[in-house]
Design a protein around this ligand. Structure first.
Ligand code: ACO
Length: 259
């Protein structure tokens, strides 16, 4: 993407060998998300080279993301991204298809080609919470504030966050968090399995560096294949998963034998 494309998408991209860092860069609006940002993230993820092993997602200005740009729900506000009220003029299938496009970057974070890490400080609200959930791992500041705000606004979380939330904390806790739209602190996120690393805000960068070092220490092909196995495990029967393990191992044997 060109610097102009990145600026239009409210994103920064840093490519450093095996690590790509995508920064939501709209701090004046607490990194509120618009369709142009989603399209930009999708394009970055699709265009990453094979050398990239870890994708870091973070927010500029001390907060992860305040979620959907609420201006998109205001029919009076002209915006080149349109507004979501106008979408209601479409038929149901067209709206479903449109949301499918918006979901694309969230789904791409599961791509086994790389491990995705969200660094969450400040707020991760609504679409921000879902973006963090779609990453493989979350490193959170103790005082981070996760909130699934959608039900409080009369909406459902529709940006791919419900499945990873249930998988991370179980159905009952996921429902309690969503239905109440309460704030989950970074400290609690660590206790319930939402965040894998929780540190004081001043230690986030050091924790990220240590995590990246650990995630890139071992053979890329083995890590990639293991991510694919683990990602697909919940949807498979035990027998199908066993078969997937055996099949993946044959590929690893062959790769090791051929050097
Ligand atoms: N959409 C658009 N603009 C936003 C958003 C948002 N989601 N969140 C914050 N902003 C803007 C504010 O309008 C304000 O702009 P201004 O300086 O031009 O007035 C600026 O960001 C700073 O916001 P403050 O509220 O002053 O910042 P503060 O740090 O005090 O609070 C907080 C941050 C808690 C995130 C608060 O802004 C907030 O509650 N935002 C709305 C969160 C929300 O409901 N998101 C939608 C969830 S549902 C979904 O994502 C599908």
């Amino acid at each position: 993407m060109t610097p102009e494309d990145l600026e239009h998408a409210d994103l920064l991209l840093d490519l450093d060998g095996a690590v790509a860092t995508i920064t939501l860069n709209r701090p004046g609006a607490r990194n509120a998300q618009r369709p142009r940002m989603w399209a930009g993230i999708a394009r970055i993820l699709e265009e990453l080279g094979p050398e990239v092993r870890v994708v870091v997602l973070r927010g500029a200005g001390g907060t992860f993301s305040a979620g959907l740009d609420l201006g998109l729900l205001d029919p009076a506000r002209p915006d080149e991204d349109g507004n979501f009220i106008a979408v209601l003029e479409l038929d149901d299938q067209a709206i479903i298809d449109r949301i499918g496009i918006y979901q694309r970057p969230f789904a791409l974070l599961a791509d086994p080609r790389f491990i995705t890490v969200a660094v969450v400080e400040g707020h991760a609200i609504g679409a921000g919470f879902q973006l963090a959930l779609c990453c493989d791992l979350r490193i959170a500041a103790e005082d981070a504030r996760f909130c699934m705000k959608e039900p409080a606004l009369g909406l459902v979380p529709d940006l791919v966050g419900t499945k990873p939330l249930v998988e991370a904390v179980g159905y009952s806790r996921a429902l309690e968090i969503c239905a109440s739209a309460r704030v989950v602190s970074g400290a609690e996120a660590g206790e319930i399995g939402l965040a894998q690393v929780v540190v004081p805000p001043s230690e986030l960068d050091a924790a990220l560096a240590a995590t990246v070092t650990a995630l890139t220490a071992h053979p890329h092909g083995a890590v990639t294949a293991t991510k694919a196995l683990l990602r697909e495990a919940p949807a498979r029967s035990l027998d199908d998963q066993r078969l997937a393990e055996r099949t993946a191992q044959v590929a690893r044997f062959r790769a090791l034998a051929s050097g």
